[in-house]
Design a protein around this ligand. Structure first.
Ligand SMILES: [Zn+2]
Length: 237
C-alpha cells in the first residue's frame, strides 16, 4: 500500500507546474500510488475532485484570515472525503501557534484527524514555531510537512521536535537527505514518518526513491510508504 500524503491540485504559474483531475489520475496510476491526499486553497475544487475518487482524500485548506473560517472549515470537514486540515502559515501570513489556530486544532482532534503544516521557511513555518502548537494542543496530531525541508538545521529541528512530542509526525516530501528519513524512523518510529511527494512540485517516484534507498527494514518501509498514513488519515478501505 503506497499512500502519497502530500499532493497539490491546481495551477502554479510561478513554478510552471499544474495538476488537474486527469493529471492526478495519470500520475497516481503511473507511479503506483494506491491512495493520495490532496489540497488547494479553493476547498470546493478539491471537494469536487475527491467526490468520485474513492482512493483520493482531501485536506481542508484553512486560513484564519478568511471571515468565519472555523465554520467554513467545519462544513468541509463534515464531508467524510476530507481527512484533516492543511495549514500554510507562510503563504497565508500567521504564526502557527496563533490563538486563532487553536479552534482548528480542537476541531481535528475531536475527529482524530491530523493537521498538516508546511515547514521549512522563516518566519512562520520553522519547526520550533509549529512545535509550539503541538505543545499547546497535545491531543492534536501535527504533521510537519517536508520535515523541515531543505536546511539541515530545520530538518534536525523537525526530528528533535517529533522526538520531544509524541503528537508530532514527519512527512518526507522535498527533504533532500534520504539518510535523515532513516534517522527519523530510528528516533521517533516508522508510525510517525509518512511518505509524501509534494506533487506536482516534485515527482512522486523521485520522492519515493529516497524512502526506498534510506535503508529501512521491510516493516518500517511499509509503514512509511503507506501504513502510517492509513492510520493517521484513517483512509483504510
Ligand atoms: Zn506542498
Amino acid at each position: 500500500m503506497i499512500v502519497d500524503s502530500h499532493m497539490h491540485l491546481g495551477d502554479f504559474p510561478d513554478f510552471n507546474v499544474s495538476l488537474d483531475e486527469k493529471g492526478l489520475d495519470d500520475l497516481m496510476s503511473s507511479c503506483g500510488l494506491d491512495k493520495g491526499i490532496v489540497f488547494h486553497p479553493d476547498n470546493s475544487l478539491v471537494q469536487q475532485a475527491i467526490a468520485d475518487r474513492p482512493h483520493v482524500f482531501g485536506l481542508v485548506w484553512a486560513n484564519p484570515r478568511v471571515p468565519d473560517y472555523v465554520r467554513v472549515v467545519e462544513s468541509f470537514l463534515d464531508d467524510d472525503n476530507f481527512r484533516g486540515i492543511k495549514l500554510h502559515p507562510l503563504l497565508d501570513g500567521y504564526h502557527p501557534n496563533d490563538p486563532l489556530i487553536h479552534p482548528l486544532a480542537d476541531l481535528v482532534a475531536e475527529r482524530n484527524l491530523p493537521l498538516l503544516i508546511h515547514t521549512g521557511h522563516p518566519i512562520f513555518t520553522l519547526p520550533w514555531s509549529v512545535e509550539e502548537l503541538a505543545r499547546d494542543k497535545p491531543k492534536t496530531k501535527v504533521i510537519m510537512g517536508h520535515m523541515g525541508h531543505g536546511n539541515i538545521i530545520y530538518i534536525n529541528a523537525a526530528i528533535d521536535a517529533a522526538e520531544r512530542r509524541s503528537n508530532v509526525y514527519l512527512e518526507t516530501s522535498g527533504m533532500p537527505m534520504h539518510t535523515k528519513i532513516r534517522e527519523a524512523v530510528e528516533r521517533v518510529g516508522a508510525e510517525r514518518v509518512l511518505y509524501g511527494s509534494d506533487a506536482p512540485f516534485h515527482h512522486p517516484e523521485v520522492e519515493m526513491l529516497k524512502v526506498k534507498l534510506c535503508g529501512l527494514n521491510q516493516r518500517d518501509l511499509n509503514m512509511v510508504m503507506g501504513g502510517s498514513a492509513v492510520k493517521v488519515f484513517m483512509v483504510d478501505g
